[in-house]
Design a protein. Structure first.
Length: 153
């Protein structure tokens, strides 16, 4: 925050939590994010939260955006089911969003990358094929150690 916006953030450690909150409250910062980055002010769902158009104009920006969303809000997990007393386990890469427009944009980008995404439960965008998940990590990548560890297990 200091380097990008020349603002000293406040740091809070909530009691009995294993997190740290880093907070910056600046009108100029909000205006910058709104005017220069196209991020809207107010309730994002009511306004139709979506990926800004300037990101949608280039595949490299789209990949980086999906990577950031997946790293922060996505997960990789094992889908387990039984069939005829035999247990099967498959990896899934998933991102859940309450915003239909954002889900559609993420789906479209993953489809453009030929990663065979699926919409599940009307809220989750998933990649379910083992080879396509491997392709995701090759083409899009991740900086989230938890995702990388789960993928490589």
């Amino acid at each position: 925050m200091k380097k990008l916006f020349f603002v000293e953030p406040a740091i809070y450690y909530p009691p009995a939590a294993l997190v740290m909150n880093i907070v910056v409250s600046r009108v100029k910062l909000v205006k910058f994010c709104n005017k220069k980055l196209g991020l809207r002010i107010g309730n994002k769902l009511k306004q139709g939260l979506d990926i800004p158009l300037w990101i949608r104009k280039g595949i490299e920006f789209e990949k980086r955006c999906v990577r950031g969303l997946m790293d922060t809000d996505g997960c990789i997990f094992n889908k387990v089911h039984k069939m005829k007393n035999k247990q099967y386990s498959y990896k899934r890469l998933s991102l859940v969003s309450a915003s239909p427009m954002l889900r559609k944009s993420i789906f479209d980008i993953l489809e453009k990358l030929r990663l065979s995404p699926k919409i599940r439960g009307n809220r989750s965008v998933q990649i379910e094929n083992k080879e396509k998940i491997a392709e995701y990590f090759k083409v899009v990548g991740s900086s989230n150690p938890k995702h990388l560890n789960r993928y490589h297990k």
